[in-house]
Design a protein around this ligand. Structure first.
Ligand code: ADP
Ligand code: MG
Length: 274
């Protein structure tokens, strides 16, 4: 069995519609690494993520997460594996009419055993740890504010705190900053990197532009048309490699050149700053 937290071997996925979303993807991620996966819309990022927690099954290949063979796991094994896999996505998924802390509490393992109503219905240690997690994401002052009154960036930070309640070993974040402004995006990335380091948490985050990946990730994997076309440390990534990711195949509504040019400008600005 593999030492890697994530071990994807020759994974291919063709949907019933005939779309080949993933082509022979192999990747290994060790414990505690913060990895960004970049690629245009439609390049297969979400499909890959969904294979990692068993929401989609492969056409061929193998998916191992935390030593569980996800694509042949029983329902029970999958449930057990998912307890250790946090999931963060673009739309935050908070319940708007309850407070931030109640949302965070709903992520605690105890809440799997039945619905709870109000902060007081959770054990004290859960309440303490919910507050601690809110503090880690810089949201302790907003604990008792209704979630639907928070900004997008604040909501995403609460969603991260909620996910941390389950003490995950892997955090999958699918476009967590796609609807956020640049400053909130950077905050979210900083938090993900920090928790990755503090807790040896393996983080895989998808982004469709490269700037944030260059700034925060330890490793960048580029997908193009379902294939891995780049896998390197940010320091080693240059113009040519960025172009690899953004060239060619793209849906008509995506301005590939603009994205590639923007990414290259960001890359050069970062290299000049260093
Ligand atoms: N359930 C599905 N059925 C058919 N095609 C799908 C399905 N999910 C995704 N696809 C297709 O697979 C490709 C990759 O999609 P996706 O993984 O969502 O890309 P990304 O997250 O990089 O934008 C796209 O062409 C998309 O239309
Ligand atoms: Mg996606």
């Amino acid at each position: 069995m593999s030492e890697n937290v994530i071990d994807v071997i020759n994974l291919s996925k063709t949907f019933e519609t005939g779309t080949r979303a993933l082509r022979d993807v192999s990747l290994q991620v060790p414990k505690g690494q913060m990895v960004a996966m970049i690629g245009l819309s439609g390049s297969g990022k979400s499909t890959l993520m969904r294979h990692l927690n068993g929401l989609t099954s492969p056409t061929s290949g193998d998916v191992w997460v935390l030593g569980t063979h996800i694509n042949t796991a029983s329902k029970k094994q999958l449930r057990e594996a998912r307890r250790h896999i946090g999931f963060i996505f673009q739309q935050f998924g908070l319940v708007g009419r309850i407070t931030a802390i109640e949302n965070v509490l709903s992520g605690s393992l105890g809440s799997l055993f039945g619905p709870r109503f109000g902060v007081g219905s959770y054990p004290l240690r859960h309440r303490k740890s919910a507050l601690e997690h809110l503090d880690r994401v810089g949201m302790a002052d907003y604990a008792f504010q209704r979630a639907d009154t928070l900004s997008g960036g604040q909501m995403q930070r609460v969603a991260i705190a909620r996910s941390l309640m389950q003490q995950p070993a892997v955090m999958l974040a699918d476009e967590p900053v796609a609807s956020l402004d640049p400053e909130s995006s950077a905050q979210v990335m900083e938090i993900l990197l920090r928790v990755a380091k503090e807790e040896a948490l393996t983080v895989l985050v998808t982004l469709h532009q490269v700037e944030l990946a260059l700034g925060w990730a330890e490793r960048i994997i580029g997908l193009r048309d379902g294939e891995v076309v780049l896998d390197d440390a940010p320091k080693k990534i240059g113009k040519k490699k960025v172009m690899e990711v953004y060239q060619r195949v793209a849906p008509a509504d995506v301005d590939v050149d603009e994205i590639a040019q923007e990414s290259i400008r960001a890359l050069e600005a970062m290299k000049n700053a260093n």
